[in-house]
Design a protein around this ligand. Structure first.
Ligand code: MSP
Length: 648
């Protein structure tokens, strides 16, 4: 079994967990689940960083002693993770006795090698970052991260001879492109290494700070925050002799955001070199979440609590959104509108609707039993090929931390399955009693959905398990073989009973509808009568723009569909166009669309058409469609939008 170890940063306990912490930990969880799916020996570590000036200040501000304070905040992080389906194997705290011992052990080894020395130093110290800044690194004399002026501090301290290891580190990075990724951060580190970075101050005199780990070779000093914090990655594995260390460290990967690139890309590997410990395999660096394009901050009151979002929109939606929205490595803006939009488009429309209509058809046509897969025709082979490419791309991209690309690849299969149903028209096969062909089509879609469920487990574990159950199977991690999933399309056993209904992702509306007009906004003033149009000699049939604007086109979602009691050709749709009541639209589409395939779809409605009766039933508008040989396609927005949105 290949080892795969993944860590998050250990979070400072001076603030409650927020979206940024939630994101990193959800990413780490997803990647560790993915490696478990692959059958790798996987270990996932997270925890809290509890020493240093910042923590003492926060404890003082809260009127508590440091130990009580860190116990309480650390517990907040620990308690949060299970509600976000975080499956960490352990939770480290830098106040754990075993961790302190391990830090002292490493310090002693490096000291014995003469790579730690005592000297006087004066420099610009940022308390936010807990480190000294060189003049060059400051921007207008301020810390670029906290935008505060650092404090000049001069004192005697212990230093780690980092400079000795910078050249070997540079060579390692050059020779191992996978060591730091994405590439932009690798380049950033290579350019940092061109500067004279010097040595690293690793201590604080106890006269100034007592809340830290005592140096084993000088009782008057405690270790400086990074030398303490970074060692958590091996202390949690019981370094130096622990079985866990021997098993997992060879597959070590660290996940961090860009704010702590330098400590992880430069301090940590040089510390490892000095201590004679093999380097980690990979550092993966992501960008920052802003909120509606603004930096998250307590003072702006825009700090997003991950649990609030998970409770409001569902954990699966939240996890899916974070992974699909952020292009790993780049910054991304969080907004509830974007979350709801993506949820409705990708999860409710594309996946949820496909899943529920396929189960419904299995019940309608085969009494709920998975049918036999008959002869594979060209049209089916195309699905199998698209499926294979989609899974192959998903697996490669997910493994390379390209989560949003990986999900797009998986959605290629989902969208193709939707198209496949539309083009094979199972309802027509049923009407013609072509049950063998119908069975093949339904089997292929059910099996495709099972494959989707397997691949979604790292991102949405519960949804994946529910999909398995509704398909009459059970998700058993040990039985999953991703290679076989790609190579064969016959995992589902014919005769298995599937659920008769499913509502994986009920459509969402933004919670504050008063912010957005739900009903189509009425023009404030009566529209001006169009100026009498002059015939245009170049285009005699053309209409004026004003004529076009007279047509009120609105987006609506089909809520229910019934056959017209008096006409086979007609269906009676109830459509939500964002008004107080549903609109009834009678449409001549029964030949092409079965009722269950219309429900939940967004359509474009001509909303200001004079109502008229069609075979006794009033139709309040019409829906737009394209008729082509062999079918009728409905017009729909390319992503889900609020009902009642104007089409222009
Ligand atoms: N304690 C140090 C890390 C020591 S690791 C040996 C620390 N803690 S922290 O609480 O400030 O956490 C920083 C990390 O939180 C970032 O690297 C990132 O993982 C996450 N995030 C915090 N804010 C974030 C955003 N706005 N966006 C994305 N992730 C961010 O630094």
């Amino acid at each position: 079994m290949k080892p795969f170890f993944i860590s998050t940063p250990i979070y400072y306990v001076n603030a409650r967990p927020h979206l940024g912490h939630g994101y990193t930990t959800i990413v780490a969880d997803s990647i560790s689940r993915f490696h478990r799916l692959k059958g790798d020996a996987t270990y996932f570590l997270t925890g809290t960083d509890e020493h240093g000036d910042k923590i003492v200040q926060a404890a003082e501000a809260a009127g508590q002693n440091p130990q009580n304070y860190v116990d309480a905040i650390s517990q907040l992080f620990k308690d949060l993770w299970p509600s976000l389906e975080i499956s960490n194997d352990s939770f480290i705290r830098t106040t754990d006795e075993a961790h302190k011992k391990c830090v002292q052990h490493v310090l002693q080894e490096v000291f014995d090698k003469d790579d730690i020395y005592f000297a006087e130093y004066g420099g610009h110290y940022c308390f936010g970052c807990e480190r000294f800044y060189t003049d060059k690194e400051l921007v207008d004399g301020k810390c670029p991260d906290h935008l505060t002026a650092p404090t000049y501090i001069q004192e005697k301290n212990y230093f780690f001879r980092m400079s000795k290891y910078l050249e070997p580190l540079r060579r390692h990075i050059e020779e191992h492109p996978e060591f730091i990724q994405p590439e932009r951060y690798r380049n950033e580190v290579l350019s940092m290494l061109k500067e004279d970075l010097g040595d690293l101050c690793i201590s604080r005199p106890k006269s100034r700070l007592t809340w830290g780990i005592e140096l084993p070779f000088d009782k008057d000093f405690v270790t400086y925050v990074w030398f303490d914090a970074l060692i958590n990655y091996i202390s949690a594995l019981d370094y130096p002799n622990g079985e866990k260390y021997l098993r997992y460290w060879p597959g070590a990967h660290h996940l961090v955001a860009k704010d702590i690139l330098k400590p992880h890309a430069i301090f940590w590997p040089t510390m490892l070199m000095a201590a004679g410990i093999p380097l980690y395999k990979g550092l993966r660096v992501h960008g920052y979440w802003t909120v509606n394009e603004t930096k998250m901050s307590k003072s702006l009151g825009n700090v997003i609590a991950p649990l609030d979002m998970a409770q409001k929109y569902g954990l699966s939606a939240f996890r899916y959104f974070l992974l699909s929205e952020m292009s790993f490595g780049q910054d991304s803006s969080f907004s509830e509108e974007a979350l709801v939009g993506r949820f409705n488009a990708d999860l409710a429309n594309d996946l949820g609707n496909l899943f529920s209509r396929t189960l419904a058809m299995t019940h309608k046509y085969f009494a709920g039993q998975v049918p036999e897969c008959g002869e594979i025709l060209e049209q089916d082979r195309e699905v199998l090929e698209i499926g294979q490419t989609s899974m192959d791309n998903f697996q490669t991209q997910f493994g390379n931390f390209q989560f949003s690309r990986a999900l797009k690849s998986l959605w290629d299969l989902i969208r193709h399955l939707n198209k496949y149903i539309d083009s094979t028209a199972p309802w027509t096969l049923y009407k013609n009693q072509d049950l063998i062909r119908l069975g093949t089509v339904i089997y292929i879609v059910l099996e495709g959905l099972r494959k989707v469920a397997v691949h979604l487990w790292p991102i949405m574990p519960t949804v994946s398990e529910v999909m398995h159950e509704q398909l009459g199977t059970k998700f058993i991690l040990e039985n999953v073989d991703l290679e076989t999933e790609m190579a064969s399309w016959y995992g589902l056993v014919p005769g298995t009973i599937v659920a008769n209904q499913s509502n994986l992702f009920p459509r969402q509306e933004l919670e504050k509808p008063e912010d957005k007009p739900k009903t189509p906004s009425k023009p404030k003033t009566a529209p001006k009568p169009p100026a009498p149009s002059q015939p245009d000699m170049a285009c005699p049939e053309c209409i004026d723009f004003e004529d076009f604007t007279k047509i009120d086109l609105r987006v609506g979602t089909v809520i229910s569909v019934e056959p017209h009691p008096q006409a086979d050709r007609l269906l009676v749709l109830k459509v939500d166009t964002g008004e107080d009541t549903l609109r009834q639209v009678v449409a001549g589409i029964a030949e092409f669309w079965s009722p269950e395939n219309l429900v939940n779809r967004q359509v474009i409605v001509v909303a200001n058409l004079k109502p008229r009766k069609l075979r006794g039933l009033v139709s309040q508008g019409m829906i737009l469609a394209v008729k082509q040989e062999g079918g009728l396609q409905l017009l729909t927005p390319s992503a889900s939008v609020l009902n009642g949105s104007k089409v222009s």
